[in-house]
Design a protein around this ligand. Sequence first.
Ligand SMILES: NC(=O)C1=CN([C@@H]2O[C@H](COP(=O)(O)OP(=O)(O)OC[C@H]3O[C@@H](n4cnc5c(N)ncnc54)[C@H](OP(=O)(O)O)[C@@H]3O)[C@@H](O)[C@H]2O)[C@@H](O)CC1
Ligand SMILES: Nc1ncnc2c1ncn2[C@@H]1O[C@H](COP(=O)(O)OP(=O)(O)O)[C@@H](O)[C@H]1O
Ligand SMILES: [K+]
Length: 486
Amino acid sequence: MRTAYTSEQIRTAEHALMATVAEGELMRRAATGLAVVCAGLLPGVYGSRVALLVGSGDNGGDALYAGARLARRGARVEAILAGSRTHEGGLAALREAGGRTVEPPGHEVVERADLIVDGLVGIGGAGELREPYRGLALAAERAPGLVVAVDVPSGVDASSGQVAGVAVRAQLTVTFGACKNGLLIDPGKSHCGRVELVDIGLGPYLPDPDVASLTDEDVADLLPTPEAESDKYRRGVIGIVAGSDRFTGAAVLSVGGAVRAGAGLVRFAGAEAAARQVRNSWPEAITTVLDGPSVAEVGRVQAWVLGPGMGTGPEAEALARAVLATDVPVLVDADGLTLLARDRSMLRRSAPTVLTPHAGELSRLLEVPSDRIEAARLEHVRRAVDELGTVVLLKGSTTLIAEEGRPVRVNATGTPWLATGGTGDVLSGIAGTLLAAGLSGYDAASAAAHLHGLAAQAASTGKSGGHGPIAAMDVAQTLPQVIRSL
Ligand SMILES: NC(=O)C1=CN([C@@H]2O[C@H](COP(=O)(O)OP(=O)(O)OC[C@H]3O[C@@H](n4cnc5c(N)ncnc54)[C@H](OP(=O)(O)O)[C@@H]3O)[C@@H](O)[C@H]2O)[C@@H](O)CC1
Ligand SMILES: Nc1ncnc2c1ncn2[C@@H]1O[C@H](COP(=O)(O)OP(=O)(O)O)[C@@H](O)[C@H]1O
Ligand SMILES: [K+]
């Protein structure tokens, strides 16, 4: 499990640790780690040009001390002092090591640097970057040199990943003590580049994480494996209510996700045309053509997937009510979510419910514009859990999975090639399968997102390591290979 924390949690832990070490020791550890990483990035430290973007806080102090170390090894270090004040110890160290200081704007220094060290703001940053920080962040983005962010790319909110205005875009972020939420969640994540953690001894002082991310090993531990005595019923029967006479593909893809994720048995129920397509594509599934909302005739299932391509008319609504009235876990996706947005009272049920919206679908459920959801994903996935009382998996460039009282899980796998029609339907089938196998909604959704992302990565990667387009069905078809290799 990888873990991440808010700025406040980090500060509290740092204070506790600070009380046990000599003054300045933590910054020394941080700056030493930073300098080592920076030196490793340069073809040679001696003679290289390093620009330090130095803000008024300790983040600037880290940059100055690291710059001093590089200067002692022969780098030509120039620090742009952008803050209303400057860390005194760091400044003295840099000057003593032969580094130069420059008044802002200093953009020419940024432009000629081989390495740009962003020490404008770290976990103390709040709101939009002010001038001259903002201009320096933009100059760094235009400049040809490598950009290394100190602790957090300046302008990225460390606790949430939100970016108000401009933020530094780094190729590498060197973070201290523990990972911050904002380094894992977009838009912040996409400003970080690679993230390297420098250990400053914070471990024993860290609280329970605010955010967590499953690893391959965690997912392997969660996945059920059939035992000698297993039969298809004990492995988990999933019921899928999806598709319509007009939309048949969503049904095929959701069933595909389930079959390929290893369901014991898939029972599909839906309109005639959808059932026909499902039979043609997946003879493994048992199909029932529904004539009215009579889900009992489908047979016993351990979990339902409700929604992909099912439509939003009165018949679909009656069917959704019938499925939600059952006493087994239900995963609601796509059109099912649109129906729920019209009448949230359908969510009053005793068995677990998992919702898998993208930002547009969540926007209808919460009545918040989808761009605001995308800009503040962590806040809105939590709000959804509060208001709706279910497990919520928010899809998108960073997929988040939230449940009341647990760390929000950030999915660590996937590729932008996943942004193609139908991949969400496949995800619903995977997560439904894991629910039917007995995983909690939170674990089923997190493990499904992980496998879905791995399958997409594998399907979009060629033999030579290049990447290319995938179809939703490729994701389903690649699942067995990915599960085998976990
Ligand atoms: N604590 C520890 O043990 C360790 C901490 N470490 C390091 O310290 C960092 C935290 O340092 P910090 O607390 O001094 O805050 P930091 O992020 O440098 O800057 C805050 C200042 O920036 C300003 N400012 C804020 N927002 C702004 C904006 N939008 N636009 C423009 N300016 C803005 C504002 O100052 P103002 O200019 O308003 O007076 C504010 O006071 C941490 O990330 C890590 O790198 C490591 O050494 C390891 C040990
Ligand atoms: N930029 C992106 N990077 C990574 N994954 C993405 C990105 N955009 C979308 N995805 C993923 O692609 C899938 C799309 O699902 P969804 O929006 O429901 O599509 P559909 O309804 O067509 O099936 C989700 O798993 C989502 O997390
Ligand atoms: K920074």
